[in-house]
Design a protein around this ligand. Structure first.
Ligand code: ATP
Ligand code: MG
Length: 388
């Protein structure tokens, strides 16, 4: 390869220099080196070093333990940015879900435990030296995703690597090398043992970063990951989903029949689950008239804009009911209890109590949805059989 010169930010250079001056070998590694080779501007270079976590902590004024068990210390620079500095390590035991690591490893050991060749390249920012024992730069050039070492073993050590591989392939437009892909398909039943949180993170990151969401979805199906975690994932992906918005909850809602159930299983947040369910329930088939649009807005509440956006993403043109909704909004017609010309307090004031207040507001909203001109205080009170 003809390695380019990589522009490494000053603060990262300073960290590497500090470690080197103290006698500890230190390199830039991982995703940032990969992305730099692809010509992408990078700011967060991960540093791998022979220094132990204790030694790292003593060398820098401000550090935080990011993942000490795994040897990662966060070094805070003068601009308060965090840089991950990780001790060279090798895996001692792995069970498909997590690894026990040991320090006292060399750079080559450390690169050998990484998942894919394109992620196992080291660059020395002071000497300009490259260390690429698995031919990652060549694979990157040829647009190939290849496991480091024996693919089946590497996936059995940590099944998440199957999903990571798919994500990198879909993000960078790589072809998965055939032995790597065959092993991933063979091992995919092991994905069932992963924690839901790690799977969700991968699914969401994949949706955010894929060049083409259709490719990501196809690979999840082909490898068998969809069968394990997203059983009702669509096979046909509307082209619009790859275009602009990269909102993983919205895309999941577009691609999955019962997004609430799937997101619950993936342990998404309550807010994410509620949002997906609301948007899903907001789908309507035909274009309504003005009253239908008001009733739709009243029913779907805050999910309205998401639902409009989703419909447009899926079909490539505005939702059939977008115009009617815009009309309701531009005329300022009331579609919520709060927008009524009487409040709960008004109703308490005329002697209603308890659940009768809510029932009365619902009844009034129903009338106003049918005829917005009724939304005047005296009219509404008279509808309740009270004078103004
Ligand atoms: P991105 O940050 O864009 O997702 P990345 O390659 O930086 O991509 P990270 O998850 O930040 O990915 O991990 C940094 C590096 O650590 C990777 O490039 C890879 O070398 C190694 N790595 C991360 N997760 C694993 C894993 N599960 N198995 C083996 N190596 C891993
Ligand atoms: Mg990273």
């Amino acid at each position: 390869m003809t390695p380019p010169t990589v522009r490494v930010p000053d603060e990262v250079l300073r960290i590497v220099r500090t470690l080197t001056d103290a006698g500890h070998e230190a390199w830039c590694v991982g995703g940032s080196v990969r992305d730099a080779l692809l010509g992408e501007e990078q700011s967060d270079f991960d540093v791998a070093t022979a220094a132990t976590p204790d030694q790292i902590r003593k060398l820098f004024a401000r550090t935080i333990p990011v993942g000490e068990k795994y040897g990662t210390i966060g070094v805070i620079d003068r601009e308060r940015r965090l840089h991950e500095v990780t001790t060279f390590r090798h895996d001692v035991t792995t069970d498909g879900r997590r690894a026990v690591v040991a320090f006292g490893a060399s750079l080559d050991d450390d690169l050998a435990r990484r998942d894919f060749t394109i992620n196992a390249i080291a660059y020395h920012p002071l000497t300009g030296e490259w260390r690429d024992p698995f031919g990652g730069a060549e694979d990157l050039d040829a647009r190939i995703l290849r496991a480091v070492g024996t693919p089946a073993e590497r996936f059995r050590e940590d099944y998440l690597r199957i999903l990571r591989g798919i994500r990198f392939a879909a993000k960078l437009g790589l072809e998965v090398e055939s032995a790597t892909w065959a092993a991933a398909r063979e091992q995919s039943s092991g994905l069932a043992g992963l924690s839901a949180e790690r799977v969700r993170d991968e699914w969401f990151k994949g949706l955010r970063t894929a060049l083409d969401v259709g490719m990501l979805v196809r690979l999840w199906h082909e490898v068998g990951a969809a069968a394990v975690w997203l059983p009702d994932l669509a096979r046909d992906v509307p082209r619009g989903l790859s275009a602009h918005v990269r909102d993983p909850v919205l895309i999941t809602t577009a691609l999955i029949g019962d997004p609430g159930r799937t997101l619950r299983r993936l342990r998404a947040s309550n807010a994410e689950i509620a949002r997906a369910e609301a948007v899903s329930a907001a789908r309507i088939a035909a274009a309504p008239g003005p009253e239908g649009a008001r009733r739709w807005l009243a029913r779907v509440g805050d999910a309205a804009d998401d639902a409009l956006r989703l419909a447009e993403l899926v079909t490539g043109s505005p939702a059939p009911w977008a115009e009617a909704v815009a009309g309701v909004r531009s005329r300022g017609e009331p579609t919520t209890r709060r927008a009524l010309a009487v409040s709960g307090a008004d109703l308490l004031g005329i002697g209603l109590t308890g659940p009768a207040v809510g029932d009365a507001l619902d009844m009034l909203l129903d009338r106003v949805l049918a005829d917005p001109s009724l939304n005047r205080r005296d009219t509404l009170l008279s509808l309740l059989g009270r004078g103004a």
